[in-house]
Design a protein around this ligand. Structure first.
Ligand code: GLU
Length: 463
């Protein structure tokens, strides 16, 4: 165990796809562990047997690697699995009982509901506190919440005070003998020497309870930091039913990990100037929890896409072609793709789109009917195509610049701007009105194939 620097941790539960909010929490911890010369401990909180699945744990591990949270780095420690420490959790529970910080209670949830109703109170009112019950089947262990209040010192939110009058004597060990989250989480943090707990805001209500357990076990609580939640466009908390929240999904759509990391780190935090695109080293050297915005952060999928576009444009041509490779069908000729790739790179947003952008080069033309109707039903379409076929047949220098100059010459008598004049050629050759730059595409497709497509389209126009 590296005990020289601060010890951060990330403690996900493997109960579903890896959430982008979890990714952000992990990155905040990783950035701080890195910049402080500390340690990032990964603890998988796998105690919910009904909801855990080994593939979710694998998903967490691979997602962290994808984010650059490198398990082979000296900063990284773990993974530890919470389920291995149940005995330790229960030993701590015994200590709390023996030292008078906790007591057994045999009231069932129904008993509690009935008594609360009869007495006109809400929740459990410490009814078994002074009964002196010993451990036994069907009994839960409850923490004896003292009078007063707890102040949580939070690096994001400042001091937050919780009045104990609104915290009931909470359960530490269930009637079936299993420890609850608050106990297991604290005992693990203690035994793993955690000094800084940085996690999602939704855990803030747990924190006074956890801090009471730390104190009752005679230990200094860690430094806390609760980071605001991520919300969608309607300012609602991101939810897996409503929103696209799985990190894997973005990865599988071709968002680059560097773009995702940069975007997540600058959600609710900024480097203090206008720059948003920042290399990881700079992010880590500047990142501070005190600068994280207190309001919920809008996870803007469009902005993420824009970040991805920026990162795509920062790649060299070779890097870009290599990054596209897994997204292309195996039988597409890579040299042909390399010829068009530099013209795709400036416009691409996610890699999953790449094959759809250039498929007309490899698969032949398939007309998009809306594009056809818009462009090929105009009066100029047929004469323009006739002229193009005539002039392009005579070309012996099949190069983009030359092909452009020829079309500019053709369009003069029609009084059209280039955009309008190239539309019929584009639809004839690519099938649609939008796509990579036209003349570069024609160059890659080649003279005979271009002419054959132009003739075919011309034949399809009835006039
Ligand atoms: N296992 C908890 C969760 O996934 C996190 C606990 C914590 O960070 O303290 O929500």
């Amino acid at each position: 165990m590296n005990s020289s620097g601060p010890r951060f941790r990330f403690a996900p539960s493997p109960t579903g796809y890896f959430h982008v909010g979890g990714a952000r929490t992990a990155l905040f911890n990783w950035a701080l562990a890195t910049s402080t010369g500390g340690t990032f401990v990964l603890r998988i909180e796998d105690t919910d047997e009904a909801r855990n699945r080994p593939e979710w744990t694998d998903g967490i591990l691979s997602a962290l690697e994808w984010l650059g949270i490198d398990s082979s780095s000296p900063t990284f420690e773990g993974p530890y699995f919470q389920s291995s420490y149940a005995d330790e959790h229960l030993r701590a529970a015994d200590r709390l009982f023996e030292n008078g910080y906790a007591y057994y209670c045999e009231m069932s949830p129904d008993d509690i509901a009935q008594r609360a109703k009869a007495e006109g109170v809400t929740g459990y009112n410490g009814w078994s506190r002074d009964l002196g019950l010993e451990p036994g089947p069907g009994r839960v262990l409850r923490f004896k919440v003292p009078e007063g209040s707890t102040i949580v010192r939070d690096q994001v939110r400042g001091d937050v005070e919780f009045d104990h009058s609104v915290i009931e004597d909470f359960v530490l060990v269930r009637s079936n003998g299993t420890p609850v989250f608050n106990l297991a989480n604290v005992v693990d943090d203690m035994s793993m020497g955690i000094t800084n707990v940085i996690r999602a805001e939704e855990h803030l209500p747990n924190t006074p309870k956890q801090q009471m357990i730390w104190t009752a076990l005679d230990r200094e609580p860690p430094v806390w930091g609760h980071v605001p939640v991520l919300v969608n466009e309607q300012r609602k908390k991101l939810s897996k039913r409503r929103d696209k929240v799985a990190l894997e999904q973005y990865r599988d759509e071709g968002i680059l990990s560097d773009a995702m990391v940069n975007y997540l780190m600058t959600l609710g935090w900024s480097a203090g100037d206008d720059r948003e695109i920042l290399p990881w080293d700079e992010i880590t050297s500047l990142f501070a929890l005190g600068d994280v915005n207190l309001s919920p952060a809008f996870f803007d999928v469009k902005k993420l896409a824009a970040f991805n576009g920026e990162y795509i444009r920062m790649m060299s041509e070779d890097e870009f072609a290599a990054a596209c490779d897994p997204w292309l069908p195996d039988d597409w000729d890579r040299a042909t793709f390399a010829a068009i790739a530099p013209h795709v790179q400036p416009r691409l947003v996610t890699f999953s789109e790449v094959s759809g952008v250039v498929d007309f080069i490899f698969n032949g033309v398939e007309y998009d009917e809306a594009s056809w109707d818009k462009v090929m039903t105009t009066d100029v379409a047929a004469p323009l195509l006739d002229e193009s076929i005539l002039r392009y047949s005579a070309v012996d220098n099949w190069q983009a610049d030359n092909l452009k100059a020829i079309l500019e010459h053709i369009m003069e008598p029609f009084g059209l701007k280039l955009g309008k004049a190239q539309a019929p050629v584009r639809v004839a050759v690519t099938g649609r009105t939008v796509g990579p730059p036209l003349f570069e595409s024609l160059e890659v497709i080649g003279q005979s194939e271009t002419l054959s497509r132009l003739r075919h389209a011309r034949g399809r126009i009835s006039t």
